[in-house]
Ligand binder design. Structure first.
Ligand SMILES: *[C@@H]1O[C@H](CO)[C@@H](O)[C@H](O)[C@H]1NC(C)=O
Ligand SMILES: *[C@@H]1O[C@H](CO)[C@@H](O)[C@H](O)[C@H]1NC(C)=O
Ligand SMILES: *[C@@H]1O[C@H](CO)[C@@H](O)[C@H](O)[C@H]1NC(C)=O
Length: 248
């Protein structure tokens, strides 16, 4: 199988350039249980969940009050300025995924193999039937990190979804309220739908449906941040939490 890399890469560059995003941060994510007897009190930490894929795990306890906080705890917020909830910008939570060394052959997703020589110094990405390579060295050939936005990985048989930092382009749009609280965003509420009548209320709204659960995703089992789609979490290990950014 041969890949037409140059055309694919040009396509990526074009879409990247057209997306004008401002970035705020870095900050850490303080995670605190909301029930009165919850022991959950810690920080979000990116955890390995595959090649160039990371989960948003829960790390118990305080962070050192220094500038040497590890990259695994540092996040940024990207926004375009096109969407707000009230005054609060809506955008994506991003993490700088450190460079990933590819060895040949690299197993990318079950059943997909690629000779790494084809795209040395690149990070791999599966796009349905094709493979794209993403640069991960800087102009001088030094290792660089790649900015990845958070998406959610859903289980069709559960109402609990897991955040992932990857090249998945189905972003989970989020924002921070005036108190730094992380919210999920939507502008339609299907709980208000009437048969045959298209919705009339498109007001942007903030939703707080975060939890910390033991979750299984991409072959790993972690205590990690979760998004409960609605109602009581199907996963009995979940505890409701609030997530607040702490600027660093
Ligand atoms: C960090 O330590 C300094 C000096 O002890 C203190 O003034 C500051 O408030 C601390 N910051 C945090 C976020 O705890
Ligand atoms: C993005 O950053 C630029 C440069 O600092 C600024 O002029 C612009 O207002 C920012 N846009 C938003 C939506 O904050
Ligand atoms: C976030 O914004 C920064 C600054 O514009 C950009 O370099 C980075 O690629 C963006 N990340 C994503 C995942 O779009």
């Amino acid at each position: 199988m041969k890949f037409q890399l140059s055309a694919t890469l040009m396509g990526i560059a074009a879409t990247t350039v057209s997306a004008q995003e401002n970035q705020s941060g870095p900050f850490t994510l303080h995670i605190k249980g909301t029930s009165y007897n919850s022991k959950i009190d810690g920080y979000g930490i990116s955890c390995h969940a595959g090649a160039a894929i990371s989960g948003l795990c829960y790390s118990e306890g305080a962070l050192s009050n220094t500038s040497d906080i590890s990259n695994s705890y540092k996040y940024n917020f990207n926004y375009t300025g096109f969407t707000q909830v009230g005054e609060d910008e809506v955008g994506s939570l991003v993490w700088n995924q450190p460079s990933v060394k590819a060895h040949s052959p690299v197993k990318i997703t079950p059943g997909k193999f690629l000779a790494a020589k084809k795209c040395s110094h690149m990070i791999f990405k599966i796009v349905i039937t094709d493979v794209e390579c993403w640069q991960y060295t800087d102009q001088d050939g030094n290792p660089a990190s790649v900015s990845q936005a958070m998406s959610l990985v859903y289980q069709g048989t559960s109402n609990v979804a897991a955040p992932l930092f990857s090249f998945d382009q189905s972003l989970f749009l989020v924002g921070f309220d005036s108190e730094g609280g992380l919210f999920g965003y939507n502008y339609v509420n299907d709980g208000r739908f009437v048969a045959g009548q298209p919705p009339t209320d498109y007001t942007p709204k903030a939703y707080y449906q975060w939890a910390v659960c033991w979750q299984y995703f991409t072959g790993y089992f972690y205590q990690s941040v979760a998004w409960v789609q609605l109602g009581v979490p199907h996963n009995p290990t979940c505890e409701a939490v609030e997530i607040t950014k702490v600027d660093i």
